[in-house]
Design a protein around this ligand. Structure first.
Ligand SMILES: O=C(O)CCC(=O)C(=O)O
Length: 293
């Protein structure tokens, strides 16, 4: 069954076989090199495919802006407040780290770090600038071979004072070393809703590491050892970008959230897209915090 899925992927993909020459274990690249400038024309899309192939990521500035961005930021805090108030109202213990300790609507990935799906299917998060008209959408479709399905839209809410997170990927390669590294089957779009500075801490990524995470057991679990295990010795790249930027990265790329050394919440809106046949069933439990309307 799995073989069949990959055959389908490869036959749909129009991109040429890669001709990488760099050593992915020593990759060092700056944010400027990874930025996609201008509108989403064919050369921009080709560049995104190339950057993704080599580094596993790229980004766009000002993907959302102005009053709409501010509305998203306010709504993210309001949704978190509602979830945490509901936990208290029900007399439940505070949400502990781990999928099994959370709810279908909200899970803590680490102390002070919430991953929340609650309320992201309503305004402003379901509006056109984040869905049909999103500037990242043509890139996502091309990167995933022509047809992308939205698996999750969520909010990563990191409280002021949260410590840095250990390294991890968000998913595994589909096959082990017996199969060449395939184009991405799943990717994230992260949209920070506040400016990302060294104080508030961004996502830190290991460019090129998606080429080294194949066949590594439990690479999706948070661990300080992963970088050594995969032999990545490059320069980690902290994502310091203005609010409203969009970071696209491969599900198989090693990354972590940096510490938030402010007293403010750091909200990141995210979208997880995949090839139509892929599902990630491990991220949220079935237990509900709110009853469906
Ligand atoms: O908060 C971030 O910047 C990254 C968070 C993350 O990677 C996760 O929770 O899995």
């Amino acid at each position: 069954m799995r073989d069949l899925r990959v055959m389908t992927t490869l036959s749909r993909s129009t991109r040429p076989q890669r001709t990488r020459s760099e050593d992915p274990s020593t990759t060092s690249v700056d944010l400027e090199e990874l930025e996609l400038r201008g509108s989403t024309t064919s050369p921009t899309i080709r560049r995104a495919v190339d950057l993704f192939d080599r580094y596993g990521l790229c980004w766009q500035r000002s993907a959302i802006q102005g009053e709409f961005l501010e509305r998203c930021r306010e709504a993210s805090e309001e949704r978190l407040h509602r979830c945490l108030s509901e936990v208290k109202r029900r007399g439940e213990p505070a949400i502990e780290r781990g999928t099994d300790n959370g709810y279908a609507e909200i899970v803590a990935r680490a102390p002070g770090r919430y991953d929340m799906l609650y309320g992201t299917d309503t305004a402003p998060f379901d509006e056109a600038p984040l869905r049909a008209d999103a500037p990242w959408r043509p890139l996502v479709d091309e990167l995933l071979g022509g047809e992308a399905t939205l698996l999750f839209c969520g909010l990563l809410m990191t409280l002021g004072g949260a410590a840095e997170q250990p390294w991890h990927t968000d998913g595994e390669h589909l096959f082990g070393p017996e199969v060449p590294i395939l184009p991405p089957h799943c990717l994230n779009v992260f949209v920070p809703l506040v400016d990302i500075t060294p104080e508030i801490g961004g996502t830190e990524l290991c460019p090129g590491s998606h080429q080294l995470t194949r066949g590594v057991p439990e690479i999706y679990e948070q661990s300080a050892q992963h970088m050594r295990t995969i032999g990545w010795r490059g320069r980690p790249l902290p994502l310091e970008v203005p609010a409203g930027s969009a970071l696209l990265f491969d599900y198989r790329l090693l990354h972590r959230g940096l510490a938030n050394r402010t007293d403010r919440i750091r909200p990141i809106l995210y979208f997880t897209f995949a090839k139509p046949w892929f599902r990630d069933v491990h991220n949220f439990p079935g237990r509900r915090l709110f009853q469906p309307k």
